[in-house]
Each structure stands twice: as C-alpha cells, then as structure tokens.
Design a binder for this molecule. Structure first.
Ligand code: GSH
Length: 207
C-alpha cells in the first residue's frame, strides 16, 4: 500500500492526502515533521536529503516534493481526468501548480511565519507589511483568473491545480490579516465544498 510520510498539519502533505481522496487511493500515513518524528535522522534523510515532508513510498519507489508527488499519483493511478493528457490542458494545470510553489508561496512566507507561527525571527513590521501587500497582489491574480473561468483555476473542470491553489487560499483565509473582498475566490471555495477531499484536508480549520 502507498505510504505517506508527513504530518497532516503540513499544507504540502495535505496536497498529497487530498489527491489520494480524489483518486480514491488507499494509503498508510506516518506523522513525520516538526512536532512528530524528527526528519533530521539518517533513516529519513536517506529518503529525502532535504529533511522535509511529504515523502511517499510506493513499493520501492520513493518520491519527495509535494507537487511532483501529486503529478505522479495522478499519472500512476488513472488520474487523467484530474491531470489531463492533452498538452495544452496539462500545461495550463502545470502553470498554476508551479506558480503556487514559486511565486505565491514566496509572497506569504514572511507574514505567515510572523502571524501564524509567531516566529521571533519574523517580527519586522515593515517586512510584515510588504509580505501582506505581496500576498494580496497574488490573491488578486487568483481572483482575476477565477472571474475569467467562472469555475476552476485552470478552466471549466476541477483539476490537479485546484488542490495546491485551494490550500493556498485556505491559508490566506486562516491567517489573521485584513482580507480584501474577493467574490470569485469566495464562490470558488463554495464550489469546492462538495468535494470530500477539500472538506477533510483543505477547509478544515488548519491554516
Ligand atoms: N517544496 C517542498 C516543501 C516541503 C516543506 O516545506 N515541508 C515542511 C512542512 S509544510 C517541512 O517538512 N518542514 C520541516 C518539518 O516539519 O520538520 C514540497 O513542496 O514538498
């Protein structure tokens, strides 16, 4: 059976858990990561030298990096409906998945560590303000895209890209900052609420 190494509180682990829910894929989960089993031990570093979760073991196959993992699972377990084979449709999903892990993640990093994790090293008011403004600018890009599609992030149909994007939006909603009014984002989250994976692993009160 598929093994998922990583704590459920991690946004990156939740991408994998939600993808498994969409694919109706059974798995076993072990709670690795800060607060649980420490990842800086030889046993874990042999699987992922970055000492980060998630990691999966699918038989002999070991993989880290959450977005690579969700792409692998969709490819391996009949997830064409989730991650289309058509090159243009696939590239449109990839665009949003890659944007999430690079541009969007970078924008929130400082303010999230400051306001949610209460990191003493991230309490510079000017940096918090800059990070808030940057995060809001990225949220406005999501709002614009959802206004265009009127449905999901990469188009008319739910896709793999909605998993990291919705988890990011949930993080924004769960972070105690001033939220701009984003009606298309609100409608999107309501649209996603029919999905069990979303209810279990995304909009469940965890930032
Ligand atoms: N780019 C990596 C980032 C993974 C990451 O940042 N994981 C965090 C949890 S969200 C982690 O492992 N932190 C160390 C720890 O919890 O011990 C991915 O997408 O998988």
């Amino acid at each position: 059976m598929l093994q998922i190494l990583g704590k459920t509180s991690s946004i990156n682990v939740r991408k994998v858990l939600w993808t498994c829910a969409e694919l109706a894929l059974p798995f076993e989960q072990q709670d690795w990561g800060s607060g649980f089993h420490a990842t800086d031990v030889p046993e874990f570093l042999a699987l992922n030298p970055n000492a980060m979760v998630p990691v999966i073991k699918d038989g002999e196959f070991v993989l880290w990096e959450s977005n690579s993992i969700i792409r692998y699972l969709a490819g391996r377990y009949r997830g064409e409906w989730l991650y289309p084979l058509d090159p243009c449709e696939r590239a449109r999903c990839d665009q949003w998945i890659d944007w999430q892990v690079s541009e969007l993640n970078r924008s929130w990093s400082y303010v999230f560590l400051a306001l949610v994790r209460h990191s003493p090293a991230h309490q510079d008011p000017r940096q918090i303000e800059l990070s808030c403004a940057n995060w809001a600018r990225h949220m406005a890009i999501i709002e614009g895209q959802l206004r265009k599609t009127g449905a999901f992030i990469a188009g008319d149909a739910f896709s793999l890209a909605d998993i990291p994007l919705a988890l990011s939006i949930n993080r924004w909603l769960e972070t105690p900052l001033q939220h701009s009014d984003l009606p298309a984002v609100d409608a999107y989250m309501t649209r996603l609420a029919t999905r069990e994976g979303y209810r279990m692993y995304c909009r469940n009160g965890t930032p």
